[in-house]
Design a binder for this molecule. Sequence first.
Ligand code: DQA
Length: 143
Amino acid sequence: MIKKILVIHGPNLNLLGEREPGVYGNTGIDVLNQNIIDRAKEQGLKCEIFQSNHEGAIIDKLHSARLNFDGVIINAGAYTHYSYAIRDAISAIKIPCIEVHISNVFARDAFRSESVIAPVCKGSISGFGFGSYYLAVQALAEL
Ligand code: DQA
């Protein structure tokens, strides 16, 4: 059976390439998404990608994922640091979820060092640029 994975990009990630290029790079989200799809294919996975700037929309997507997907990769953006609602949604669905960050969240502002979603995720990958997503694809393929 082919595994299906869902990638969720949270708030402000639609502006990749324009937003703080010194932190997030010069490449846009479309290139990132194509690379994720290619990596998933190489690993024999089917992949859907979703981006939203809205907490409720991310929660709705997580709920629907429980019926249709085998794993989730989530970059919850700043919600990572304070959204108990997203944390509860991840813990409510029983499929494995991997937290990713483009930047090294531990090397930046103090508030970014806390992730309220990390304890309910299978694991976390931070600081490898877009590579954080590709490593997460590999991790889900190997689970
Ligand atoms: C981020 C890190 C977060 O602290 C920040 O709010 C983001 C992006 C990252 O990918 O490095 O929006 O999740």
